[in-house]
Design a binder for this molecule. Structure first.
Ligand SMILES: [Fe+2]
Ligand SMILES: [Fe+2]
Length: 294
């Protein structure tokens, strides 16, 4: 395994370090860092030995990185429930594997989940309790499809943009949440579709209507790290105070061999990312490709 990408941004550059508590400590004091496991596009499914492979992969990740203190899952947790031909049974079969295979391997770690476009079941009749976003929240154990939490001195906001964009109500919530924070507070924003990514620019898949959000984040004093998936292609970009990391899929080519025969998708191997964040606003994100054939 090797690291595909690294990006680092110092809070000192934002001119707010003097107000923050840990600046005097060693430059890279690992004891100050929170290590976040960023999983995306797990697409768990019964075929292709995916449950057993996923179990092996998650166990190996936890063994290799015992320092992980938080998981952020940016969606497409199950293979696909969204197509018109998907039966209730097929959708439930996928969530059962999620419950039995994926979540037990993350036991003991706090998990934040964003919803992916393939997680929602739309084939059921209007009014069916399993149709649409609320049922996905229930399966993921989240109260509502977007929200906020604080970990490691960072404010973490997760969005629900699985249908391509966010509505006015969610945008107001986001802007109000940001306004309520100190201007220098470091922020992570997690969403299924990238707010922006070169990967999404190349292949399609960036969120529509994200410019006002990006402008709002760029207007902050503190650093912002935007995590996403959906595209299954890894790219990292930085502009102003914002680092965008669209990471590759744990499932690579949906657990299939893919065009290259090694499980990769469009030259991005299946993998996961580790985002380390420090309370003083520094961060670094590394994408860890899985060995071919995992
Ligand atoms: Fe996906
Ligand atoms: Fe997706």
């Amino acid at each position: 395994m090797s690291d595909l990408s690294t990006s680092r941004r110092g809070f000192l550059a934002a001119g707010v370090a003097s107000a923050l508590p840990f600046v005097a400590r060693g430059k890279d004091s690992p004891e100050d860092a929170l290590t976040i496991l960023h999983l995306t596009d797990i697409h768990i499914r019964p075929e292709l030995d995916a449950p057993q492979r996923c179990t092996r992969i998650l166990r190996a990740i936890r063994e290799r990185h015992p320092e992980i203190g938080l998981v952020i899952n940016t969606g497409d947790s199950i293979y696909a429930a969204d197509y018109g031909h998907i039966t209730r049974e097929r959708m439930l079969e996928q969530w059962e594997i999620w419950d039995k295979v994926v979540m037990p391997e993350l036991e003991g770690l706090p998990c934040l989940h964003a919803i992916g476009n393939h997680d929602t079941w739309w084939a059921g009749p209007e009014g069916d309790e399993m149709r649409g976003v609320p049922y996905v929240c229930k399966r993921l154990g989240i109260e509502r499809p977007y929200g906020a939490a604080r970990h490691g001195g960072w404010e973490i906001l997760w969005l629900e943009n699985s249908r391509g964009s966010i509505d006015a109500k969610q945008q107001s919530w986001l802007f109000d949440s940001l306004d309520a924070l100190p201007a220098a507070a470091p922020v992570i924003v997690a969403s299924h579709l990238p707010l922006y990514s070169l990967a999404g620019d190349y292949a399609g898949g960036n969120m529509k209507g994200s410019k006002p959000l990006i402008d709002r984040f760029a207007g902050r004093e503190g650093p912002v790290v935007a995590l996403s998936g959906h595209v299954h292609i890894q790219s990292s970009e930085s502009i102003w105070n914002i680092d965008f990391h669209c990471n590759g899929a744990l499932s690579g080519a949906w657990w299939e061999p893919g065009k290259q025969g090694d499980g990769s998708y469009e030259r991005t191997p299946a993998g996961y990312a580790l985002l380390r964040v420090w309370p003083d606003g520094r961060s670094e994100c590394h994408y860890h490709p899985l060995p071919a054939g995992s």
